[in-house]
Design a protein around this ligand. Structure first.
Ligand SMILES: [Fe+2]
Ligand SMILES: [Fe+2]
Length: 190
C-alpha cells in the first residue's frame, strides 16, 4: 500500500482517509461525478443509457399517439391511462438524459435514429384492444431490460442502478395496469 493512500486498520471494507479523498477529488475535476471510485466503464454506461433513453422516448411517442387515437366513451379510462403513462415515460427519459449528462455524455434525442436504437417498437394499434396489447408487450420488454441492467450495474454504479430500480417499479405498475385494462376490454368486447 502506498503511503499516500492510508486506509484504516479495521477489518472489512476499507475507508479512505479524508486527505486522500480530497486529493483524488481535486485531481481530474473536469470529469465531474466520475471519480476514481467509479467502478463501472463510463463509456459503456453512457452507451447503455442512450439505448434506455431511446426506449423511453419511443414509449412517450407511442402512448401519446394511442391516447389521441383511443376515442369513444368506452375508452375514456384507457385514454386517461395512456396519457398518464406517456407523462411518466417522459419523466423516465428526463432522468436518464440527466444521468448521461452527469457522466459526461450528451443525451441523444436524434429523431432520425430513435426507433433503431430503442428496445421497444413504435406500433400503432387498429383498435383499443390492439393498442393495449402493443403497450403491454412494450412494457414487458422494458421490465426485462431493466431487471437485466439492474443486475449488470450492481455495485459498480449504485446511482445508475437506483435510478433504474425506480423506473422498473413504475414499468411494473404500467404492465399491471395494462393487464387489467386488457381483461376489462376483452370482456366488454365479447
Ligand atoms: Fe418508462
Ligand atoms: Fe412504462
Amino acid at each position: 500500500m502506498s503511503t499516500g493512500d492510508k486506509r484504516t486498520d479495521h477489518p472489512g471494507p476499507f475507508l479512505t482517509d479524508v486527505e486522500t479523498l480530497r486529493r483524488h477529488a481535486k485531481a481530474h475535476i473536469e470529469q465531474g461525478v466520475v471519480t476514481d471510485t467509479y467502478e463501472g466503464d463510463v463509456s459503456r454506461t453512457i452507451e447503455i443509457l442512450q439505448a434506455v433513453l431511446a426506449t423511453e422516448l419511443v414509449c412517450v411517442l407511442r402512448y401519446t399517439q394511442h391516447s389521441i387515437m383511443a376515442t369513444g366513451l368506452a375508452s375514456e379510462s384507457v385514454r386517461a391511462e395512456f396519457a398518464e403513462h406517456a407523462r411518466q415515460e417522459q419523466e423516465h427519459a428526463m432522468a436518464v438524459a440527466a444521468r448521461i449528462n452527469q457522466l459526461g455524455g450528451a443525451p441523444d434525442f436524434n429523431p432520425a435514429t430513435l426507433t433503431g436504437r430503442s428496445a421497444s417498437e413504435y406500433q400503432t394499434g387498429s383498435d383499443l384492444l390492439d393498442m393495449i396489447r402493443e403497450n403491454l408487450i412494450a412494457e414487458r420488454i422494458a421490465v426485462d431490460h431493466y431487471r437485466e441492467l439492474i443486475r449488470y450495474f450492481g455495485d459498480t454504479d449504485p446511482v445508475t442502478r437506483v435510478m433504474l430500480e425506480k423506473i422498473l417499479s413504475v414499468e411494473e405498475e404500467h404492465a399491471s395496469d395494462l393487464q387489467d385494462l386488457m381483461a376489462t376490454h376483452r370482456s366488454t368486447a365479447s
